[in-house]
Design a protein around this ligand. Structure first.
Ligand SMILES: [Zn+2]
Ligand SMILES: [Zn+2]
Length: 197
């Protein structure tokens, strides 16, 4: 039984609350699926949901919350990123004869709030990972105002300032701009010489 599994015999027409915890073992499996092999779980992920039956269908509502240690894309320091994502899931029984993947649950590829189930127990890994993948920052940042590393000397500008020119330090590509300007004026001089001849 997976960390985020629910035994369907526990579900009735009256909503019931479940609190399931994705611990370190669960995370070491999941982070590969999320393609975040380096990330370390900080707070175990807690799935707090209410589930009940509507005829043959199952309805779940709740949230997944937890945190992981990521690396800031600007200053390259580790920081803790918190997640708290609402989850809603409506499942209908899989048609007879159809074989669902392990875990007894298959999500609608178009809408992760819908899916099919099968068997006596379902594993909520798939919808939870879907939510986390969407919530995962494309560019992890320790803070919106992170000042990053100085492009000149590599100093972490959140911790202290450096001796480099203030203007240069805050513009990582200013070196490139200088090159382009130098090459342009070089070309102009060459053209100038050609014209003079
Ligand atoms: Zn940072
Ligand atoms: Zn510097």
């Amino acid at each position: 039984m997976g960390a985020l599994s629910i035994c369907l015999e526990n579900l009735t027409e009256t909503p019931r609350r479940f609190l399931l915890v994705g611990d370190h073992d669960w995370w070491s499996r999941c982070r590969k699926i999320l393609k975040e092999p380096e990330s370390v779980i900080e707070d175990p992920f807690r799935l707090a949901i209410e589930g009940h039956r509507i005829g043959a269908r199952l309805l779940f509502r709740g949230s997944i919350a937890g945190s992981a240690t990521l690396t800031c894309g600007r200053c390259l320091e580790p920081y803790v990123q918190a997640f708290d994502e609402p989850l809603q899931l409506l499942l209908e029984p899989a048609p007879a004869g159809e074989r669902l993947p392990e875990g007894g649950l298959e999500l609608d590829p178009e809408d992760a709030a819908l899916g099919r189930y099968q068997g006596d127990e379902i594993d909520l890994d798939a919808p939870v990972l879907e939510l986390l993948a969407l919530a995962w920052p494309v560019q992890p940042l320790c803070s919106e105002t992170c000042r990053g590393l100085c492009s000149g000397c590599g100093t972490n500008l959140n911790q202290r300032s450096c001796e480099c020119e203030a203007g240069t330090a805050r513009r990582p590509f200013s070196g490139l701009r200088e090159l382009i300007e130098r090459s342009r004026s070089g070309r102009d001089e060459a053209g100038e010489r050609r014209r003079r001849r």
